[in-house]
Design a protein. Sequence first.
Length: 250
Amino acid sequence: MMGNSLKYFFADFTHENYRKLLKIAKQNDLFCDFTNYSPKENFIIWRHDIDFSVHSAFKLAAIEREENVVSTYYIHLHNEFYNPLEKEIADKLLSIKQMGHKLGLHFDTHFYDITNTNELRDSLSFEKNILEKTFDTEIHSFSFHNTNDFVLSFNEELYEGMINVYSRYFREEVPYCSDSNGYWRYERLEDILVSAKYKNLQVLTHPAWWQDSVMSPRERIQRCVKGRADNVMKRYDELLSSQDRENIDW
Ligand SMILES: [Zn+2]
């Protein structure tokens, strides 16, 4: 099993190392977001698709805040691991915004079974509206969840007033580094940052892949799922006790 931890760089994915990577990136690159980059200048755009845990997103947001870096957090409204509209989670997302980060829409075409641009526009506009009202902010950009060739064929720069982070420009002109599935499928982020080999870069992280201690990717997800389950049970127990009800078990 030791083989996997080296092969897939388990030790890269700690909060301590995350901070180290941010420090390297800050030295070499100008941090921008999708609304304020200039194609002619060097820039790095740092984004997070929240696929598993808003608590993990909050931790990365706090580290970025300490390092004076601004990034964008993309919220998924049809998620199986968290509900962005439940009070505790919505408050965490608001805190991320209050730290100075941007919120974006992580859009799931598969939920709607979208087949054409009109359907895409309708659903994008509907979800943009939900996020803007819930989080009292403007949503300037969106990212597709679980991309495939069909989804990526929507490659215009702008839909419903939101920048498409998978537009033709970004996919063809801006190198991209992602931690999808908890490992570096293409290049390792540290290698890219240390070599400073690219003029521009888009970095995508999914916050749950970054934890306090070294874990396998599967363990990192298990931790998120268990944390949520424990929290829900705790709330159930507290609710009954606050109402002076019997909490009946075997
Ligand atoms: Zn996603």
